[in-house]
Ligand binder design. Structure first.
Ligand SMILES: NC(=O)c1ccc[n+]([C@@H]2O[C@H](COP(=O)([O-])OP(=O)(O)OC[C@H]3O[C@@H](n4cnc5c(N)ncnc54)[C@H](OP(=O)(O)O)[C@@H]3O)[C@@H](O)[C@H]2O)c1
Length: 286
């Protein structure tokens, strides 16, 4: 059983002027298996309000596929793509953005991210983001897989209010960022976008006590365990998530998670079943 969709709550996306749905749609590995089904799923998601669509130049054929899914509907979508670190020099970032715009068949991105930190100096990438912003090719920019010290450096370069979001690995089994990174982003007005909300295939095992606790909460709400996993992420202010789904049934289920309201006792059960663990030295990433 799955809860069906109500209205999708929106949240302020960092310090941008955008109100963005707390649940969106990822596109990594969405291409390849059945492109027309994936396009239909993305379009269904837009119908249901999952209008934050996340893609990247790294995701193979995903950008052209997204371009096709949003054709004629560009204004309904909050479109995000990412530059690879190996392209993130000043000129390389601008060229990579132009290629993404071409593949997505649009003249602008709503947000453009550095996929993760690589060898190019941050000053160069940020200068390129600012140029693209002035040119109207991107309406905001952000980062991905940045830990607190990376964000501090980016803030020193860019100044306050410029970094729209930090897209990071965050799900029930990976809560380490709650120690420092999530509070830091809240304080600095940087949206946290939780990627791989279902663990990229490592979903809690229903044969383990933690998986059974999740299933009991889901049953009490007439929901699915995947809906509880999304609700866990989005009940926090300033956290957005982008599950990837390539079937309409999964998209409908994910949109339905927005209707969930868990009790304090249920949050306590989830906290015990999926502890944060200790504060890590290194930011986890896929
Ligand atoms: N910035 C980064 O470094 C980074 C890294 C990883 C991911 N991401 C972004 O985050 C997005 C999401 O993460 P992800 O793709 O790694 O994995 P994910 O969203 O954690 O999991 C995707 C898997 O969950 C399945 N699924 C979706 N909805 C479901 C539901 N309601 N019930 C059961 N299964 C469901 C999908 O199946 P079907 O496809 O069959 O529907 C797929 O197998 C990516 O697509 C990408 O846009 C960013």
């Amino acid at each position: 059983m799955a809860l069906s969709v109500s209205r999708l709550p929106l949240g302020a996306f960092g310090q941008t002027r955008f109100q963005v749905p707390v649940i969106g749609q990822g596109t990594w590995e969405i291409d390849g298996r059945n492109d027309s089904a994936a396009i239909a799923a993305l379009r269904k998601g837009i119908d249901l309000g999952l209008t934050h669509i996340d893609t990247a130049e790294m995701y193979g054929e995903a950008e052209p596929l997204v371009g096709e899914a949003i054709a004629g509907r560009r204004d309904e979508v909050f479109l995000v793509s990412k530059v690879l670190p190996s392209h993130a020099s000043r000129r390389g970032t601008i060229a990579a953005c132009d290629r993404s715009l071409g593949r997505l068949r649009t003249d602008h991105l709503d947000c453009y991210l550095l996929h993760w930190r690589g060898g190019e100096p941050l000053t160069e990438t940020i200068a390129a983001f600012e140029t693209l912003h002035r040119q109207g090719k991107i309406l905001s920019w952000g980062v991905s897989n940045f830990d607190v010290s990376d964000l501090e450096e980016a803030l020193r370069i860019a100044g306050p209010g410029k970094i729209a979001c930090n897209q990071v690995l965050y799900h029930l089994g990976e809560r380490a960022i709650e120690h420092r990174l999530v509070p830091f982003c809240e304080r600095e007005g940087i949206a946290v976008v939780a990627y791989s909300p279902f663990g990229h295939g490592e979903f809690p095992d229903s044969r383990k006590a933690s998986g059974r606790a999740l299933a009991e909460i889901a049953q009490a709400h007439g929901a699915t365990v995947h809906q509880i996993a999304l609700s866990f992420l989005t009940h926090r202010q300033n956290v957005f998530t982008i599950p990837k789904a390539s079937t309409i049934a999964h998209v409908e289920e994910n949109a339905g998670a927005a209707a969930l309201l868990l009790t304090d006792a249920e949050w306590a059960v989830i906290d015990r079943a999926f502890p944060r663990g200790s504060c890590p030295d290194l930011l986890p990433m896929l």
